[in-house]
Design a protein around this ligand. Structure first.
Ligand SMILES: Cc1cc2nc3c(=O)[nH]c(=O)nc-3n(C[C@H](O)[C@H](O)[C@H](O)COP(=O)(O)OP(=O)(O)OC[C@H]3O[C@@H](n4cnc5c(N)ncnc54)[C@H](O)[C@@H]3O)c2cc1C
Length: 467
């Protein structure tokens, strides 16, 4: 990320974990180990969590800290030193990455295309005196190796599919140097010794959004989800995946993938080993690799993947032409946020976000399309969809968040021009309502008790420093 030379007098390779909270099967850590081994240096893994990142809440903080605790445990098992810093009012350190980098030979960061990670890594790379290497830890096939300038998913797949086998074969590197135990420029926090619930309760973050009981933090919960995928979800996945009323229709892995508690290589190894049908495995691979990695690829190529201007030009033009159309379904931000609109099906979707911090894919499509009619203009619709997804969903603030919302706002062109949507296709709730018991399921889901989340005065239009 910069043109600096390895520092001759550094003590370690700094592996700065920004999002991929796992010790094994982690290409950023492996790259740091390889570099360390080559220079006879130990690796120091660092993960810091600020109090004021966008949308910081009990929900996100619990998940991040619980997963970070397991990252450190796993690093120690691998013979690596891992230190953490938890920002709070009575222990505020400044510039820790810079201070650690000043003692490092080189820094390995993550090649993350969205949210604060990209902006932070760029800032650090521009200002420090040692080289910063950006390593993708989110995808099986790093977007950088797929090549530049691919405009469509089918061309992307033609390049991506042959690479999968190669990257699937990669193995964890072995650290040949004893763990770093030298002095540090700060006193690290030991997450094993901290009661995360008590700690989070004392922070100045959004306490109205509680931790998700459906998606507990950390490795054991992620491994249990993977186990459930193999046993209950994958057999039949190709036919059940679209049924939001089924408990075991989808894996629920997205929060763990988003925060990197699990990586796609580990998931695909398990999938490939399973006895599920080739059709089920292919469908799953299409979602996890074909769609997820396509959105990562797209995000990496965009200067600001979370901005409305990424939506296809024809769709923006068509929606703009209809911006002045009467909108009888307008809803307030508060009613939308709390899932209290006049649309029962939409409330059922939104209440999944509120209760679980996750929403079924099929519901997300209806949910996003409907926001276009519930808000005064297309830009507000975009900002509302991103805001709700990012604040409430554990897997939000992801390349898949903005890629999918963009696909809902302008994926396929309809064959006629209609009020509000113009040429953008709309979507009904039939996919769930027409199933056996679908209407009852929606009514029940729309009536579920949900947390009493605070309602902001307005929508954050530019929540990420990168935009
Ligand atoms: C409007 C809208 C917003 C979305 N926002 C997000 C988001 O913020 N974060 C997010 O990770 N996904 C998002 N998705 C994609 C998808 O809905 C979720 O990944 C999926 O619902 C997660 O549930 P699961 O893990 O049970 O999925 P499964 O069906 O079990 O799929 C396995 C994995 O494949 C990946 N995957 C599946 N579908 C998609 C897809 N359409 N695009 C990209 N990856 C996919 C996910 O990593 C998922 O965990 C969104 C989709 C839509 C339509």
């Amino acid at each position: 990320m910069n043109d600096r030379r390895l520092a001759p007098d550094g003590h370690f390779i700094l592996c700065w974990i920004q999002q991929a909270l796992r010790a094994r099967d982690n290409p950023a850590i492996d790259a740091a180990i390889r570099l360390g081994n080559a220079h006879g240096l130990p690796v120091l893994v660092y993960h810091g969590v600020r109090e004021n990142y966008p949308y910081a809440s009990d929900r996100l903080h619990h998940f991040i800290l619980g997963s970070s605790r397991d990252l450190a445990i796993g690093c120690r098992e691998r013979g690596l030193a891992c230190v953490q810093y938890l920002d709070r009012a009575d222990h505020r350190e400044k510039g820790l990455v810079y201070r650690l980098a000043a003692e490092a030979v080189a820094v390995v960061a993550e090649d993350q295309p969205v949210f604060v990670a990209r902006w932070q890594a760029k800032q650090v790379a521009a200002r420090i005196a040692v080289p910063v290497y950006a390593v993708d830890a989110a995808c099986l096939v790093p977007p950088a190796v797929v090549g530049e300038g691919i405009g469509g998913r089918s061309s992307f797949l033609r390049r991506h599919e042959p690479e999968r086998l190669v990257w699937q074969e990669a193995r964890d590197e072995l650290a040949e140097v004893a763990p770093f135990d030298g002095p540090l420029p700060f006193v690290p926090d030991m997450l094993d010794d901290i009661n995360i619930g008590v700690f989070v309760a004392g922070l100045d973050i959004d306490h109205s959004l509680p931790a998700s009981t459906a998606f507990p933090a950390g490795r054991p919960a992620a491994e249990a989800r993977l186990q459930r995928l193999m046993q209950d979800v994958l057999p039949g996945y190709a036919t059940t995946r679209n049924d939001a009323t089924r408990r075991d229709g989808a894996s629920g892995l997205s929060p763990y993938l988003h925060f990197g508690v699990l990586g796609p290589r580990e998931v695909m190894r398990a999938v490939n080993r399973s006895k599920a049908s080739a059709r089920d495995k292919a469908k799953f691979a299409d979602e996890l690799l074909g769609w997820r990695e396509w959105f990562h690829y797209q995000a990496r190529a965009l200067a600001a993947p979370e901005r409305y201007d990424r939506v296809a030009g024809w769709a923006r033009a068509s929606l703009a032409e209809h911006a002045g159309d009467p909108r009888p379904d307008l809803e307030s931000l508060g009613a939308m946020l709390r899932g209290e609109t006049r649309d029962e099906s939409w409330n059922a979707c939104q209440r999944q976000f509120l209760r679980f911090g996750w929403m079924h894919n099929n519901l997300r499509m209806y949910w996003a399309k409907r926001i276009i009619t519930m808000t005064p203009d297309p830009e507000t619709a975009w900002a509302t969809a991103c805001y709700l997804n990012d604040r409430l969903s554990l897997d939000g603030r992801d390349a898949a968040t903005y890629g999918n919302i963009a696909a809902m706002f302008g994926g396929g062109q309809g064959d006629r021009d209609r009020p509000i949507y113009g040429r953008v296709t709309s979507r009904g709730d039939w996919s769930t309502r027409s199933r056996d018991g679908g209407s009852e399921w929606l009514a029940k889901a729309a009536a579920h008790t949900v947390p009493d989340v605070t309602i902001p005065a307005g929508l954050p239009r530019k929540p990420y420093l990168a935009g």
